[in-house]
Design a protein around this ligand. Sequence first.
Ligand code: NAD
Ligand code: GLY
Length: 370
Amino acid sequence: MDTPVIEAPVTIDLGDRRYEIRIGTGLLDDPRSLEGLPAASSAVVVSNVTVAPLYAQRLMGLLSTRYRQVHLVELPDGEAHKDWASLNRIFDALLAHACDRKTLLVALGGGVVGDMTGFAAACYMRGVPFVQVPTTLLAQVDSSVGGKTAINHPLGKNMIGAFYQPLRVLCDLDTLATLPQRELSAGLAEVIKYGPIADMAFFDWIEANMDALRQREPLALAHAIRRSCEIKAEVVGQDEKESGLRAILNFGHTFGHAIEAGMGYGQWLHGEAVGCGLVMAARLSQRLGLVDAAFVERLRRLVLRAGLPVQAPVLDAKDNVARYLTLMRVDKKAEAGEIRFVLIDGPGRAVVRGAPDALVAEVIADSCRA
Ligand code: NAD
Ligand code: GLY
């Protein structure tokens, strides 16, 4: 048996809503993973048709040591199903099982399942407790942490949702063993983003450990997840509802969301779009004189080494720039129709601001070429 890896928990400090992110191997089999969670007669695991056959039985076994009734809701898989229909399936199951307001919801899956389960928990009987069990790298380093929950609307991604914090996040590294390589790369985009916005020493570490990360070495993954969560915890602890600082976590996402929506949800993975978006946002930072070309090239190479695309897609053969700009105006950071970007104001420091359309257009044109 491999040596177990257990990191010290990372705490999200939100006063009396403080909670822990536990990171390690074997968490799905360890009764200590549930210690301290509130008592209830039932727990409901929400997962999807891909992840449930892999891990639901183990998780339900663990939960049944503490909860008398444990149910499973299996949703269809994919970003295209992050919608009202899936959300309603969760509510249908909760009502069919006569779940009460103490029922614990447990999200088992990637960011899609996590975001929907969190939103369902926020709404059902005006709020029931929930736990995140993220099973993708992206969800372990980002989406399961910080309480953003949502579904998509055909006119915009994550447009319908709520801030609602989990009681705990359990990042079991063992679950990453079955993750397709493309999904692992997608998660690396969200790991890489933390360097330029907050910690260039971490960026150096990612550069030095990219091969180990892609080979899923548990110690490398554990460190990447832990440091990512620490940075996110620091930001969320200061600005839970994104009145300012938290927006820096969206580095790469303004361009990325345009790519995701423009291509049709599910064509480019969220993390792939973000990876490409990181390079586009860095290019825009360079055009505004905030970073030099060497920094942009360093970031571009790392994104490429993570197995992510760095060439932006053409979203409209007739007027590509206009299409990007239209899609980016739907971004939640936009104010009075002005697109606001997370830019790098010198390596390790982020700033949120607008930029002239002409410069943005140049970045889009450049990025679609290379
Ligand atoms: P995902 O949830 O679609 O999961 C990716 C794929 O991997 C799916 O097919 C899934 O079924 C499969 N999968 C999951 N775990 C697996 C495992 N262990 N083994 C095998 N297959 C597995 O995608 P994602 O990248 O995890 O999350 C993307 C979503 O997260 C987007 O909807 C995005 O908007 C959201 N997001 C939210 C936040 C937030 O703060 N709430 C942050 C970033 C992203
Ligand atoms: N993923 C961005 C945030 O949680 O704010």
